[in-house]
Design a protein around this ligand. Structure first.
Ligand SMILES: [Cu+2]
Length: 211
């Protein structure tokens, strides 16, 4: 009888310990699985966020490249020219003595600004572009046109010109846009750009070069 009880006891013990072990193994496995799932989830989250970051960065880079290209394209056939009370043409604060136009430009655009304070009657500016050999004639004609005619020559030898005389006082027009038709220009000819306001040519003139 005692022996039977002993055998029963041992059997129960083994069964119990076996079930516990299995349970704890199963729990451990579930925990492990959970951990693994979480880490996989985290990894894929990081990967996808990195991927997202990467594609966003790439997109930004592309936008910047396109912007730069547009800027380069627009700048190469376009220039902003300031004219001042110091009787100077300048670009970005530097004296402008040579205006270079890439030969690829079919049209060249000049945005002329008056950045001074003096009125157009005292310190008016414009731009005329012509062959160097036509300068003297066109300046004479401009003087005859007077302020009423914005000191513009009104002559087809003036290949491009601003519409008006710019000034710096409250009532003056302060900027003008000049479209230069490059088909009028020949590669081996000498051209000049200049202001035809009386007395300004000596200070306000430069070479207009097609390269
Ligand atoms: Cu001038």
């Amino acid at each position: 009888m005692i022996f039977k009880k002993f055998i029963f006891g041992i059997t129960i013990y083994f069964l119990a310990s076996c079930t516990c072990e299995n349970n704890s193994k199963a729990m451990k496995n579930t925990e492990g699985q959970g951990k693994q799932d979480k880490s996989t989830e985290k990894k894929s989250e990081i990967a996808s966020s990195k991927k997202g970051e990467k594609s966003a960065t790439k997109e930004m880079e592309d936008i910047e490249k396109v912007k730069a290209l547009h800027l380069a394209a627009s700048q190469s056939c376009k220039i902003i020219v300031d004219s001042s009370d110091q009787m100077k043409y300048s670009q970005n604060g530097k004296d402008l003595k040579t205006l270079k136009v890439p030969s690829a430009c079919k049209k060249f655009y000049i945005h002329l600004k008056h950045v001074g304070q003096l009125p157009s009657a005292a310190m008016g500016h414009n731009i005329v572009i012509s062959k160097e050999t036509d300068v003297d004639d066109l300046i004479s004609k401009s003087l005859r046109a007077g302020k009423k005619g914005h000191y513009l020559p009104g002559d087809p030898r003036s290949l491009a010109q601003s519409h008006i005389l710019l000034g710096g006082s409250a009532g003056d027009v302060k900027e003008d846009f000049i479209e230069v038709d490059m088909s009028k220009f020949m590669k081996n000819e000498k051209y000049k750009f200049y202001c035809t306001f009386p007395g300004h040519y000596a200070m306000m003139q430069g070479e207009f070069i097609i390269e």
